[in-house]
Design a protein around this ligand. Structure first.
Ligand code: 6GU
Length: 227
């Protein structure tokens, strides 16, 4: 999979994809990430990419030309399956969307800044609008990092058996069960006996019960939509 990212703050996206699982995915050639500075497509020598909004009001708006020119040029190498705008008024990102996006080949993520991007880019180019939750970030970069991480770890071959995504929280609308490692007795608090015994069937049952219990306690909303 290839993910291109358009941003006015490329430095913010230097580190998030260079460690741990995403680093390995890139090294294995399973994931290609290109971060492009939108100023490369600025309209003048002042490197301008934003301007005052029509109608007045505080805050700048990202101009349509740099974005359109950038997308047109990048798309010459192949059409995007989705052009995604990261914005607080987008659809809230979740595991289902991550699963769906992980099956695409070629994605473009546009990071908004200031008051957002000119509405005509949203109408003419953007195919999907994503928010990562009901709060406002200063730009779409951290949201893009979240989306790329959630997608990247799902790509076939990225995770091994030990880190398998099959047992993640949310994959079956259940939160993950508690986990323990050594020591078996930590300051008087003991690891549940079933886990120590290690009978695979009993362990699986226990984990499922714990998952259901945890979901009921913490996120009953996840259980409601279940058939
Ligand atoms: Cl995608 N962008 C910004 N600026 N703020 C957000 C967001 C995105 N998702 C939640 N808050």
């Amino acid at each position: 999979m290839k993910i291109d990212i358009l941003t006015v703050v490329p430095d913010l996206l230097e580190s998030p994809f260079s460690h741990s699982i995403l680093k390995r995915a890139r090294e294995k050639g399973l994931l290609t990430i290109n971060v492009y500075n939108l100023r490369k497509w600025a309209i003048n020598k002042h490197m301008q990419v934003d301007d005052y909004q029509f109608g007045g009001g505080a805050g700048m708006v990202m101009m349509p030309e740099p974005l359109a020119n950038a997308i047109d040029e990048l798309q010459q190498a192949g059409k995007y399956d989705e052009i995604i705008f990261l914005t607080p008024d987008g659809a809230t990102f979740n595991q289902k969307t991550a699963n769906i996006l992980s099956m695409k080949e070629n994605l473009l993520l546009i990071c908004g800044h200031y008051k957002g991007i000119d509405e005509r880019i949203r109408q003419q180019y953007v195919t999907k609008e994503i928010s990562i939750g009901d709060y406002v970030l200063s730009g779409g970069e951290l949201a893009a990092a979240v989306v790329v991480d959630a997608i990247g770890r799902l790509l076939p071959g990225v995770l091994n058996d030990e880190t398998s995504a099959l047992f993640d929280s949310f994959q079956d609308n259940l939160l993950a069960p508690p986990v323990y490692t050594r020591p078996a007795d930590f300051r008087g608090s003991k690891v549940p006996e079933i886990l120590i015994q290690g009978d695979p069937k009993k362990v699986a049952e226990w984990r499922h019960e714990q998952s259901v219990q945890r979901t009921q306690d913490r996120r009953p909303d996840l259980l409601e939509g279940q058939e």
